[in-house]
Design a protein around this ligand. Structure first.
Ligand code: FPP
Length: 244
């Protein structure tokens, strides 16, 4: 177990970084290995990234671990991903706790195995007093489903007479999303050269800076994180120039 000290860096990181971790399969193929090896190396990249964010002083990190569409993958790959998640929740809990990481999981839990649901509740409970880094894992998550669930919830409130439709505001919707209490991401990174949002944080990404990098997720390291932060600052400076 490693306890991390804050590091002095040149650039103040954005408060909330969200990442679409892509390229595990291509990494494995490129190394002549089965896909599961790419996911295993991907889980190590998650560890490095969490450490990097803690050290750099990022306040919120959101990771897209499994989308609601990922169930369409072959059953053995789905099962490998779930096993990795299980392992991560079991092995990392102590380190997350001791480094002040608070873990949240967003997404629909009903389809997950009971033991995973239990591990999630335990991890959320154990880390609930931490506030150095809020780490959110999106698991069986889809942005459209999240918005649909929010609309359904609001419609129930209206039908029950607890909410006047005229009073529905952006805040009403935000308060009904899975990310309630978590600020919108300032920057969304997608690895592997793909340039899509793939149903991730559709509402929350309204003002996010998108940073697409060619690195495959298993190779993602501290330099990539710092380079993305530098890119974020270059864009901020341009924006300031235009309005100033
Ligand atoms: C995309 O690569 C990655 C995923 C679908 C899963 C991400 C999961 C992990 C990094 C491991 C476990 C996560 C945690 C939080 C411990 P891909 O398989 O779509 O790659 P490809 O596009 O090259 O085929």
């Amino acid at each position: 177990m490693t306890t991390l000290a804050p590091q002095t860096v040149a650039l103040q990181p954005p408060a909330h970084i969200a990442i679409i971790m892509d390229g595990n399969g291509r990494w494995a193929a490129g190394h002549g290995l089965p896909r599961v090896a790419g996911h295993q190396r991907g889980a190590e990249a998650v560890r490095r990234t969490v450490r990097g964010c803690v050290e750099l002083g990022v306040e919120y990190l959101t990771l897209y671990a499994f989308s609601s569409e990922n169930w369409k993958r072959p059953a053995n790959e789905v099962s490998d991903l779930m096993s990795l998640l299980r392992l991560y929740l079991r092995r990392e809990l102590r380190e997350l706790s001791s480094n002040g990481v608070r873990l949240h999981v967003i997404g629909e839990r009903d389809r997950l195995d009971d033991d995973i649901k239990k591990l999630i509740v335990e991890a959320e409970e154990t880390t609930r007093h931490n506030d150095r880094l809020h780490m959110t894992v999106a698991l069986n998550y889809g942005g459209r489903r999240e918005i649909t669930a929010a609309v359904r919830h609001i419609a129930h409130e209206v039908a029950a007479g607890r909410l006047d439709p005229e009073q529905i505001s952006e805040e009403t919707i935000e308060d009904s999303l899975a990310t309630v209490g978590i600020p919108d991401p300032d920057m969304i990174i997608r690895t592997s050269g793909e340039r899509r949002l793939s149903n991730f944080l559709l509402w929350q990404s309204a003002y996010a800076e998108f940073v697409f990098i060619p690195t495959l997720w298993p190779d993602f390291g501290r330099e990539d994180l710092e380079a993305a932060i530098e890119e974020f600052h270059r864009r901020e400076r341009r924006y300031g120039g235009r309005v100033g």
